[in-house]
Design a protein around this ligand. Structure first.
Ligand code: BGC
Length: 457
């Protein structure tokens, strides 16, 4: 035992820096999902892409991400969370440069799948890494750094899109520049330690103690106690896929997988990917005002995620879910209503306002809270597999919603489509009330007990 301990302020600073660096992985996620709408406009004429090929360019990332999350599932236990984040940064650099230089549509699609693989790994592992380093009373805020980086990535992508729209072959810059945050992520991760919980799980107790000493102000006894508590819940070895069927794990998976699906099928990405189109359809004529309004959507998403970050560990996850999901449903009903009458100033004002309320409500609820719960509710022995299952589901439904949004409008009209998402919002409200436990302030080990008790009932 080294017995070294750091001051409270020092430990706090270390843990915040750790979460901020790892959270950068979210920037890759946000940038690359946000950039494609703008990039596609100039890729389409250059490679003469029809709607199917365009769909492939867009869909390649979420499909790649499903496989990336699957790839990460077991490997995150074998090689550690930190190594996996480093691998994802390296793969991302290859994919970003490859897509920026792609000579034809096929290579572009392949590079986009590679980017998707990297994002899948990063989104399965990063929230888990942060949740395993964080002290219980800061975990909500710290894991939300990941979601904050996602929203910043989307906003930066919108702005980059604007800058390069009129540049010859500007899309190459838009896609290639994604390599920069990946390089920063790789350099930052090289300086960070492994997750203390992963170290305990793999029997490296001394290294775990050292990793904890950097981020906990408590003395050696408290750190030993934390290690014992982690060991106590481990029950031996790393879990297998079959262990996901244990009643307590199943109860947690209902929450994780349920929120993974609901986060997507309440329609957030119809707004993130199609905001300018929606705004134009609601009656704002010019391209520039539609783009400005979508920049507004991106900015509100960032700002309200900061609000969530400050509230999650105080107000709690459940309260924010109730408030946010109610706001999402109401604004979707209003947005649907804006398309009913003839298009004019009033309906476009209502449309823009309801889009803003919708995104704000998502940003304080399902946005950060899905990724947070998916990282904190599973027992350590199966955490990486279960979190990967939630992540795979989320990306699969992301893909499905973006594919079905335009056909859904053909089938139900715009009003019908948004009312449909609004109804799904009401189901989400019921789901949160019935299944989502409050995890605020609990250690990861205490959260296990919540699900053990639930399974025993
Ligand atoms: C979701 C993404 C979405 C983003 C918007 C994330 O939590 O998983 O699908 O694009 O939030 O901020």
């Amino acid at each position: 035992m080294s017995g070294r301990s750091v001051s409270a302020a020092h430990a706090r600073r270390n843990v915040i820096i750790t979460a901020a660096i790892a959270g950068l992985a979210g920037l890759l996620f946000g940038y690359d999902t946000g950039i494609i709408a703008g990039a596609l406009l100039t890729i389409q004429p250059e490679f003469s892409l029809g709607s199917f090929a365009s769909g492939m360019v867009v869909g390649a990332v979420p499909v790649g991400a499903v496989f990336g999350a699957w790839f990460a599932s077991g490997r995150s236990d074998r090689y550690g969370r930190r190594s996996l984040i480093l691998i994802s940064a390296a793969v991302f650099i290859v994919g970003a440069i490859g897509s920026g230089l792609a000579p034809d549509a096929l290579l572009l699609i392949i590079s986009r799948v590679v980017i998707g693989l990297a994002i899948g790994v990063a989104s399965a592992v990063t929230p888990v890494y942060i949740s395993e380093v964080a002290p219980a009373d800061m975990r909500g805020s710290l894991v939300t750094f990941f979601q904050l980086a996602v929203t910043v990535g989307i906003l930066v992508a919108y702005l980059t899109g604007l800058v390069f729209t009129d540049v010859n072959e500007g899309w190459r810059w838009m896609l290639g520049l994604g390599a920069i945050p990946a390089i920063i992520l790789a350099l930052g991760m090289l300086r960070l330690p492994n997750s203390p919980r992963w170290l305990v799980m793999t029997g490296q107790t001394d290294a775990a103690r050292e990793a904890l000493e950097r981020v906990r102000p408590s003395g050696p006894e408290a750190i030993d106690q934390e290690i014992e508590e982690i060991q106590g819940t481990l029950g031996g070895e790393t879990g297998t896929w079959k262990d996901l069927l244990r009643p307590a794990v199943k109860a947690a998976l209902v929450v994780g997988i349920g929120l993974a699906i609901l986060q997507q099928i309440t329609g957030i990405n119809t707004v993130i990917y199609y905001a300018p189109t929606i705004i134009q359809q609601a009656g704002i004529g010019s391209d520039s005002s539609a783009i400005l309004a979508s920049l507004g959507v991106g900015a509100v998403n960032v700002l309200m995620t900061v609000v969530a970050l400050r509230l999650l560990d105080r107000t709690g996850r459940r309260t924010l879910l109730f408030i946010g999901v109610t706001g999402m449903s109401l604004s979707l009903f209003l947005l649907g209503g804006a398309f009913l009458g003839s298009s004019g100033t009033l309906s476009s004002v209502i449309a823009v306002l309801s889009l803003m309320v919708f995104v704000s409500s998502f940003a304080i609820s399902l946005g950060p809270i899905f990724w947070l719960l998916n990282a904190e509710i599973y027992p350590l022995a199966v955490r990486s597999k279960a979190a990967a299952a939630g992540t795979m589901t989320n990306w699969f439904f992301n893909f499905l919603v973006s594919l079905t949004f335009l056909p859904l409008i053909d089938l139900l009209t715009q009003s019908g489509a948004f009312w449909f998402y609004g109804l799904v919002g009401l189901v989400t409200l019921w789901f949160c009330w019935k299944f989502v436990p409050e995890t605020k302030g609990k250690s990861l080990e205490q959260i296990d007990e919540v699900f053990e008790r639930r399974a025993a009932r």
